[in-house]
Design a protein around this ligand. Structure first.
Ligand code: MF3
Ligand code: CO
Ligand code: CO
Length: 272
């Protein structure tokens, strides 16, 4: 069924049960979702290109050049470039950088580093947002475990996605798994609706209680992008650029991000 018609039919039922329901603006049409999926295909190819060339000795500015050039070559636009004044085409976040690292000629990848590259592509006005972890040379066992647990936490969240599940279920899955492994979840930054704009409602917390929060309807498109730290979850903002977020205690941080949509019987990954 048409997602908007389905919303009209089902929203009153959940509302009557006293549950928090999304605004109709949060429901996308199948045509819009197809547009986001096509943007996601390009975004995935851009991240594949990064995977192909990333290596020790490379600067994060060189990664940015790969992202910019591949995105343009494939007919897309890098959404990060100029977004609220962000100066580059992607975020490159190394080791204790939680997110929003700014690509730079002076930041050189070295053996043992872990790095998140976060790209968002605009195609025909549609946005798709995803990030991946990359490892440079041999990394520590702790870093390996961090990346594994971060990916597992996202997979566990995906595992419960289906129509009419709750936003709190996503956060619960992530934080429960992370805590069981002795790591911590960053609370200050979350996932978000995406598709017609870069950041839309709802806000997707990576912690929460089961069976609480917004009810997720078919046609909702959003990111899940847990940021996981080896030590404390506390973070600080780099006041010199007002973008980059670091772990307070210097512990390692990892992140993975997918753009997903709720379908009539489950979910679909639109960018990863
Ligand atoms: N891609 C990031 C996210 O996952 C946002 C980066 S904003 C930028 O939401 F301006 F830093 F690019
Ligand atoms: Co995002
Ligand atoms: Co992103």
């Amino acid at each position: 069924m048409d997602y908007l018609a389905n919303y009209d039919e089902m929203a009153p039922k959940y509302k009557k049960l006293g549950m928090l329901i999304p605004k109709k603006e949060m429901i996308k049409t199948k045509e819009q979702i197809e547009g986001i999926r096509l943007a996601g295909i390009i975004n995935n190819k851009v991240l594949d290109e990064v995977a192909k060339y990333i290596r020790a000795g490379m600067s994060t500015l060189e990664i940015d050049n790969i992202v910019y050039n591949k995105t343009i070559e494939l007919g897309g636009i890098p959404a990060c470039l100029g977004y609220e004044g962000f100066p580059k085409s992607c975020c490159t976040s190394i080791n204790d950088v939680v997110c929003h690292g700014i690509p730079s000629e002076t930041v050189i990848l070295k053996p043992g580093d872990i790095i998140n590259v976060d790209c968002t592509t605009i195609l025909n006005g549609y946005y798709a947002d995803a990030s991946r972890m990359f490892t440079i040379g041999d990394i520590s066992d702790e870093a390996k475990k961090l990346i594994r647990v971060t990916k597992e936490s996202l997979d566990l969240a995906l595992g419960i996605l289906k129509p009419y599940c709750r936003l709190g279920d996503i956060g619960y899955q992530i934080e429960h798994h992370v805590k069981q492994n002795g790591f911590s979840v960053v609370h200050e930054i979350g996932g978000h609706g995406v598709g017609l704009e870069f950041h839309e409602d709802p806000y997707v917390a990576h912690f929460g209680k089961r069976d609480t929060g917004l009810v997720l309807f078919p046609g909702m498109v959003f990111t899940i992008e847990p940021m996981i730290n080896t030590k404390s979850r506390k973070v600080f903002l780099d006041a010199s650029n007002n973008w980059t977020i670091y772990t307070m205690d210097g512990g390692l941080s990892a992140q993975v991000e997918h753009t997903v949509c709720i379908t009539e019987d489950g979910y679909q990954i639109l960018a990863d």
